[in-house]
Design a protein around this ligand. Structure first.
Ligand code: GCB
Length: 571
């Protein structure tokens, strides 16, 4: 189900009891039953009530020093009271849990979920007690070879109930989800669907957009789905004017409210067209890392800080790398007017030949599409990042691209690739075969950092092998805030700024360039970055430090995006 505004919800955020369980004894010892010894001779080797606490939402790594590097199972438990109501169904909803979650309510197993960044829910109407209830969740962030992502990444493997947990109450037949959007390339035609869930799914659905005086009725079919299409005169949503309309959707006992912006997104040759006009994406990459305090970001305040920095930089676009971020980010992007690239964590090498891995990637994609399909800001679904070319990988991503197009034919499909032919030192050929399946080609290149010198960029000409829009989806250099030296000295602000100057000139010469997203807005934790005194387990490619201090390159990119540099972006 979707967590739709206007629902009756009971928040389960707050303090939970926790047991760290590296050997996963809890499964055999039945921690999920929350048993207490009755007689003094009873042997029970756990006690949630007297165990340490953790805050939900939040990763465990940054809440307790001893858990900073912890990867393994950890048990969460909390009590809550509930008053049963007739003709009401209840769902236990998790914004995200990294990576595997098993859930019990009052000792009864209600379900299990795989994947660290997408929401999931279980119906618990039958398991809830009137009065006291106990929910137990085992969360396990062990990295797995068959996982998505697999065992190697360049971000912190934050574990835990990293997003909000709630009980959502709905009528017996309820609106499970909906989509309202302009027809492909037609701003004056609104189409979409409403999906009901319940014993009597046949019924009438009303979709209202009061500001447009639209009230449209549609009938559901036997599986509870109603489809509609109607003409409308809308004011388009755009980064310059992020116009949002109120929505009211009702059916039978249920009604929900929403907000929607209307815009079209297409490609024509090497251009990206937003509302029919060529758009240049002035972007920045963002990890879901909390500004100032570190750890996983989750709050509206975190989202506001990050996206406000992006706006200050002059961006109209953000790439939310490398997995679905929390919903506050996309809701705020809708309001602030930032175009969004969303991604699933198909990152570096994964088990391309494993059908379960493909199913896992599909499920994560499906769940983020279902969550964010009404966000006008989201224009690109990214399938992967820097995956090594092989027949098995090509087939995997082809299948994922087809799946994505089926799920959402209204948006563009992309991927970030670092596979291009650079055997000729002055002419780089963008020829990753994956390009065939995509609408937009993302290119990650680290000229001047992982290979060659920043100045070499002046001599390099890029040649795309496909006549499609190109976004440079990553380039960058580590710099420790306030570390100064000459432009040849690694990790100084001067090195980073000099690299940006050469990069931006080179990138501006790429044929078919439709956007840029440097790596990255803010420094973020990574276990691969130990260099003492410089990295200290941070990837330092941020334009802003983890404490919010702007580095020199921040102002250089800002000038470029504002069109004040000698070679500003195309308008
Ligand atoms: C990349 C990856 C990104 C890394 C970055 C780096 O190519 O896509 O996840 O963090 O480079 O800093 O090396």
């Amino acid at each position: 189900m979707a967590d739709l505004p206007g629902r009756s919800t009971i928040s389960l955020d707050g303090t939970w009891n926790t047991i760290v369980d590296p050997y996963e004894s809890g499964l055999n010892s039945r921690y999920f039953e929350k048993a207490r010894p009755h007689a003094k001779g009873d042997l029970v080797e756990f006690d949630f009530d007297h165990s340490p606490k953790l805050h939900v939402p939040g990763d465990w790594n940054t809440q307790r020093d001893s858990l900073f590097f912890y990867e393994g199972p950890l048990w969460y438990q909390r009590n809550f009271s509930y008053q049963k109501r007739p003709h009401t169904r209840a769902f236990l909803y998790f914004g995200a849990a990294n990576y595997l979650a098993r859930v019990w309510l009052n000792g009864v197993r209600v379900g299990e979920h795989v994947g660290g960044f997408t929401p999931f829910d279980f119906e618990v109407t039958g398991q809830l007690s009137d009065g006291d209830n106990s929910v137990v969740v085992e969360v396990d962030n062990t990295r797995r070879p068959e996982g998505v992502p697999s065992v190697r990444t360049d971000w912190w493997n934050y574990g835990g109930l990293t997003r909000s947990v709630k009980l959502i109450e709905v009528p017996e037949t309820f609106i499970e989800n909906y989509s309202v959007h302009p027809a492909k390339g037609q701003l004056d035609q609104i189409e979409g669907w409403v999906q009901l869930n319940g014993a009597q799914p046949a019924g009438t659905v009303t979709v209202e957009i009061p500001e447009l005086r639209i009230s449209q009725k549609a009938q559901t079919n036997r599986s509870g789905r109603a489809e509609f299409r109607f003409p409308a005169k809308v004011e388009a949503w755009s980064p310059e004017r992020p116009r949002l309309y109120k929505l009211l959707i009702a059916s039978g006992e249920d009604s929900i409210t929403g907000e929607a912006g209307f815009r079209t997104i297409e490609t024509r040759g090497t251009q990206i067209l937003l509302n029919g006009e060529p758009a240049f994406l002035r972007g920045i990459n963002i990890h879901e890392e909390a500004p100032y305090r570190g750890g996983r970001a989750f709050s509206e305040e975190d989202a506001r800080t990050l996206l406000t920095w992006a706006k200050e930089l002059g961006c109209n676009f953000v790439r939310l790398a490398h997995y679905p971020h929390n919903e506050n980010m996309v809701r705020l992007a809708d309001q602030l007017g930032l175009l969004v690239w969303e991604e699933v964590p198909v990152y570096w090498d994964i088990q391309w030949e494993n059908p379960a891995t493909l199913e896992n990637a599909k499920a994560q994609l499906r769940d983020v599409v279902r969550r964010d399909q009404n966000r006008a800001s989201v224009i690109l679904w990214s399938l992967s990042n820097e995956t090594p070319v092989s027949p098995a990988r090509n087939a995997f991503l082809k299948a994922l691209a087809e799946y994505a197009r089926n799920l959402d034919p209204t948006r563009l499909i992309t991927s970030a690739s670092d596979r291009f032919d650079r055997s000729n030192p002055q002419s780089f050929l963008l020829n990753d075969p994956l390009g065939e399946y995509l609408d937009v080609l993302g290119v990650n290149e680290y000229v001047g950092w992982y290979y060659r010198k920043p100045e070499d960029a002046d001599q390099i000409q890029w040649k795309p092998a496909y006549a499609k829009p190109v976004i440079v989806s990553e380039f960058g250099a580590d710099a420790l805030y306030n570390l100064h030296g000459d432009a040849e000295t690694r990790f100084t602000e001067e090195y980073q700024a000099n690299l940006y100057a050469h990069q931006l000139r080179m990138i501006s010469r790429i044929p078919g360039l439709a956007g840029i997203a440097p790596w990255i807005l803010m420094d973020f934790h990574s276990p691969r970055r130990p260099l003492p005194g410089i990295q200290d387990y941070f990837n330092r490619k941020g334009l802003v430090s983890d404490r919010g201090q702007r580095k020199q390159a921040f102002y250089l990119l800002q000038k470029f995006y504002r069109g004040e540099a000698e070679s500003g972006p195309q308008k």
